[in-house]
Each structure stands twice: as structure tokens, then as C-alpha cells.
Ligand binder design. Structure first.
Ligand code: GLC
Ligand code: CA
Length: 556
């Protein structure tokens, strides 16, 4: 079925690092408003904002203390309404990050909840007595914070509360009817204001396992030194989660013309179908981690295999997302491409892959100019909780500090959180003040202004891709069939829709290759027209060069 959100090109904005307009070193809502022309010119149809609610900011806004107000560092609710109106005026849409697995410990509900065992808000969170003088179970928090437990002792009532993430982010108890009601009312409040949907944070973790049992999986050394087990499967996809999402859909989502994308770790294509199948009425699509966070990137076979399985979700009336990076991952050109001699080629090839595979496309800010990972000299430069927490846990367990840092750098979530590089001026002109986080020192070479002037411009390639999507429904609704399935280097596939057939060929590596015979014949049989490529093919194009990408229209 046709839907606007299937056709969408989404641009993800990490407000804090996007554009600062008042010189305090922190990106803000007015900064987004100022850059709307840039975003629109990129061909974006939907903007997705990471959390901008009121928050003490221990996890850059994923710790919310007031769901109905804006973080004062970013602006005011009035600024937000202006942004929303400006986005709509341009014919674009806006979705917000909706964090409902936990709140900040500074949220009034939690403040009440901790006061006494019979407080009306007590049951909004998971409070448990200790077991044999220890935490209620062996769960470790995902941020490796403190000694590592997912439980924090609170003296006022002598009990522990559950926090899968930071101790400043207590988990909400969705088994409590009042929580459900309050959260649904709050989501409707945003939708009534005109917001066009949500990215639901950690949405498959809202239901916890019955009885909160110990994790059976032993901790992997050198982390988990105190015996706590960081086991993200414990709270994922538990019985009851589908009923809950269906109920939220009935009470909230189904009443509006919106898009809902769920962040779902520990969900593969087989599990995903139950979340996204249209008839089930839960959510529209998920961010899975099978590619973007795959521990063995750079393998075209893994990529192909995952794409095939996720296409199957679409065939069964579901939908999916195409993205290679977000605020929780490294930069895609560094992780999957080559950010040195082939930065342009690999950044554009990866973009071609994302935009021509079936699913809604998500671009993470800076990706469109080929921004790269950062290599900070010491842990003090790093900000995000996971890298910092894991670093100190490793050092405490005896790992040499340099070794610990080196092992964490590549995957650190800070790689994607360094400020946006707008120009070659100081700090990439992200701010005129002191940026809240160090700018990647390569900003003189990699920035928006320069991309506008370069012959080989990642930015302009993105604009061409989004323009193609606007004009060619085959990119959205076309069927998907892989060719050369066993080839570990070349990714070749066809998309077909209403008599239109496209053939896409991408070289995932820096090896040069002979143009595959079978593909050449396929192109000859129909009359092929090259729609877009990241190399010049006036030489006949008989070789496939490093990270080359070509999109052909086959006139049958
Ligand atoms: C999600 C977010 C991540 C955050 C976590 C806790 O995984 O993407 O940035 O730290 O949830 O809310
Ligand atoms: Ca600011």
C-alpha cells in the first residue's frame, strides 16, 4: 500500500551538535530554523529530531524530566512551534524522538515515587527490596556506570530501583495502568500540536520479564568485573510487548496520519514482522541493528544477506528502514567505506546503496558531506556514557588505559556526535563560541561550504539521489532481486515497478574489478541508460573501480 512515509527521505538532527545561533556552544532550535533551506535543498521530506525535551542532559536528552517542555539549552516551546510551522510551510514533516522506557530521576513522577512505599507514584517505576543484602538481581546497566549494576539503592525507603541505562534514568513500569494513560495522553498532546510521528526509543524493551529473574549469561571479561551481567536480551521482546504496542496504536497512533519508527535492538527480520506487519497495527517500521551495528562490517555478503531477509518483511506487508549511521554509531564512511583516499567514492557508493534499497531512507546529519570518525587523544574528550563507562570499567579491571581507549574509539557514539561542519571557519562555524564538544579537526577539508564548490561533491550526489526518489516510484515500491548473490565484493540488484526496471551495481571494496559478464549482457539485452554514477564512464565503463556505484534504467 502507498504511504507518504514509505516515500520519505528522513534527515536526522542531533540538535545539540547541529547549529548554534546564540554563541553558547550548543546547537539550538533556531539553528535548525536557519538551516531549513539547506535541509530542503537536500531533498529531505521528513525531519527527525533526537530528544529536545526538558532534561538534566546526562544522556544528551534521553533522560527526560518534563515531556511537555523544551530543554532551555535548545530554546522554548514557542521556538519549537515556530520550527514545526516552518517545516510544514515548506511541505516537509517532523517527527520526534519519544523516550518512554525511562524518565530522568528528576522527573516529578520519580521524585514522588521515591518518597515512600505507598506514594501514589511508587508503582510508576520498578522498586524492589534487596536480596541477601545485594541487588534484586544480577543485571548490569547498559552504560557500565558505577559498579555496573542496573539497580540503585535508595535510602529513603531502603529499596532499589531499576535503571537499565544510567542511574539517572529509572525504567518506567508499563505494567502500571496510570503510566500507560499518562504516556498516551502525553503522546497525543504532541500529535495534536501537529507533530507527524515518533521514533520510539528502545520500544521493544517496555515489558520486563516476569519476576525479573537473573540473567543466565556469564559476564564477559574484562568487563562485568563485579559480577553484573550486561544482557540486553533480558528485556527485549518479552511476552506482552505486542499487546502493549497494539494498545498504544489504538489509543494514539491510529488516530493520526503519522509515521512511527521503533528503535529495536535484538530484533532480526523474523521477529520484526510481528512489530511492523500492517494488519497487526503496532508500529510502521523499525531501526534494526543488523547492518549499522554489525560487528563484522565491510562484508558484502553479510550486507546482502540482511537486505534479503528484510525485504522479506516488506513482502509480508511490513516495512523497513535504510540507514547506516545515527547518533549511536560510528560515521558510516569510516566504518563501511574508506575515509581517506576514497572518501568521496565510498561515501557516495554507500549513499547509493541506502537510497536504492527498499525501505524508508534515513540520513544522519553530516553524512551528506561525508563526515568521518574522530580520533580524540584522551578519554576527557569523550562525552557519551557508554564509552566513558566502559573505559573506566576496563581500566579498573587492569586494562592499560591506552589499550582501553583504542579499543573503544572506533565504535564510540561520539564519532557521530561531533558538531556539524558548516564551513572552513573556526570550529567549522558550528558556533562562534566554544563548542560543547570538540569539533572534528578535519573541518577545514570537510564542510558544507566546500562541498558546494567541489567537483566530486558528496553533498551534490545526495541531492541527485533524493531527486531521483522524488521522480521514480520504483525506488520506493519496486520489487527487489539480487544478482551475483555469491559475489563478496559487488552488490548487484534489480528493482522493478510498473514496467520500469532499474539495475544497480555497487563495488563494496577498493578492489578494481572486471565488469561482470552476466550483468553486461543483462544491460545489453535491454537498452540501459546510466542514471547516476560516482565515476565518469565515458571510457565504456568496462571496469568497476573502487567503491564505484552505478544506477541504470533498463528500457525493456
Ligand atoms: C537509545 C538511544 C540512545 C540512548 C538510549 C537510552 O538507544 O538511541 O542514544 O542512550 O536509547 O535512552
Ligand atoms: Ca545555542
Amino acid at each position: 500500500m502507498k504511504r507518504w512515509w514509505k516515500e520519505a527521505v528522513v534527515y536526522q538532527i542531533y540538535t545539540k551538535s547541529f547549529y548554534d545561533t546564540n554563541g553558547d556552544g550548543i546547537g539550538d532550535i533556531r539553528g535548525i530554523i536557519e538551516k531549513l533551506d539547506y535541509i530542503q535543498a537536500l531533498g529531505v521530506t521528513v525531519i527527525y529530531l533526537n530528544p529536545i525535551y526538558r532534561s538534566p542532559d546526562v544522556d544528551n536528552g534521553y533522560d527526560i524530566s518534563d515531556f511537555r517542555d523544551i530543554n532551555e539549552r535548545y530554546g522554548t516551546l514557542e521556538d519549537f512551534k515556530e520550527l514545526l510551522a516552518e517545516v510544514h510551510r515548506r511541505g516537509m514533516r517532523l517527527i520526534m524522538d519519544m523516550v518512554v522506557n525511562h524518565t530522568s530521576d528528576e522527573h516529578p513522577w520519580f521524585q514522588e515515587s521515591r518518597k515512600s512505599k505507598d506514594n501514589p507514584y511508587r508503582n510508576y517505576y520498578y522498586w524492589r527490596p534487596g536480596k541477601n543484602g545485594k541487588e534484586p538481581n544480577n543485571w548490569g546497566n547498559y552504560f557500565y556506570e558505577g559498579r555496573g549494576s542496573a539497580w540503585e539503592y535508595d535510602e529513603t525507603t531502603g529499596e532499589y530501583y531499576l535503571h537499565n541505562y544510567s542511574r539517572k534514568m529509572p525504567d518506567l513500569n508499563w505494567g502500571c495502568e496510570a503510566v500507560k494513560e499518562d504516556m498516551c495522553r502525553m503522546m497525543r498532546w504532541w500529535l495534536d500540536m501537529g507533530v507527524d510521528g515518533f521514533r520510539m526509543d528502545a520500544v521493544n524493551r517496555l515489558v520486563k520479564p516476569e519476576g525479573l529473574p537473573d540473567s543466565p549469561n556469564p559476564p564477559a571479561p574484562p568487563v562485568g568485573i563485579h559480577g553484573y551481567v550486561v544482557d540486553r536480551t533480558m528485556c527485549a521482546n518479552r511476552p506482552g510487548i505486542h499487546e502493549l504496542l497494539h494498545e498504544i496504536n489504538e489509543k494514539v497512533f491510529s488516530r493520526y496520519d503519522i509515521m512511527v519508527v521503533g528503535e529495536t535492538g535484538n530484533v532480526d527480520a523474523a521477529l520484526a514482522i510481528d512489530y511492523v506487519q500492517e494488519e497487526r497495527r503496532e508500529i510502521d517500521m523499525v531501526f534494526h541493528f543488523e547492518i549499522a551495528k554489525n560487528p563484522t562490517p565491510g562484508n558484502a555478503l553479510t550486507f546482502k544477506d540482511a537486505q534479503k531477509r528484510w525485504y522479506h518483511v516488506i513482502e509480508q506487508h511490513g516495512w523497513t528502514t535504510q540507514y547506516l549511521s545515527n547518533h549511536d554509531t560510528p560515521r558510516q564512511v569510516s566504518q563501511f567505506g574508506n575515509d581517506r583516499e576514497y572518501r568521496y567514492e565510498s561515501a557516495t557508493m554507500l549513499a547509493a546503496l541506502m537510497h536504492t534499497h527498499p525501505g524508508t531512507v534515513f540520513i544522519y546529519q553530516g553524512e551528506e558531506i561525508g563526515m568521518t570518525n574522530v580520533d580524540f587523544p584522551s578519554i576527557e574528550y569523550y562525552n557519551e556514557r557508554y564509552t566513558v563507562g566502559k573505559y573506566y570499567t576496563m581500566v579498573e579491571s587492569g586494562v592499560d588505559p591506552k589499550t582501553a581507549l583504542d579499543s573503544l574509539k572506533g565504535m564510540s557514539r561520539d564519532n557521530d556526535r561531533t558538531p556539524m561542519q558548516w564551513s572552513g571557519a573556526e570550529n567549522g562555524r558550528f558556533t562562534t563560541g566554544t563548542p560543547w564538544m570538540h569539533v572534528n579537526p578535519n573541518y577545514p577539508e570537510i564542510n558544507v561550504e566546500r562541498e558546494e564548490t567541489l567537483e566530486k561533491s558528496v553533498l551534490r550526489f545526495y541531492r541527485r539521489l533524493t531527486a531521483l526518489r522524488r521522480e521514480n516510484p520504483v525506488m520506493v515500491y519496486g520489487s527487489y532481486r539480487q544478482l551475483l548473490e555469491e559475489d563478496a565484493e559487488l552488490i548487484v540488484y534489480e528493482r522493478e515497478y510498473e514496467g520500469v526496471c532499474w539495475l544497480i551495481i555497487c563495488n563494496y571494496y577498493s578492489n578494481e574489478r572486471e565488469f561482470p559478464q552476466s550483468v553486461a549482457e543483462r544491460l545489453k539485452a535491454g537498452q540501459a541508460r546510466l542514471l547516476l554514477g560516482n565515476y565518469d564512464v565515458t571510457d565504456g565503463g568496462e571496469r568497476i573501480r573502487p567503491y564505484e556505484a552505478r544506477i541504470y534504467d533498463i528500457l525493456l
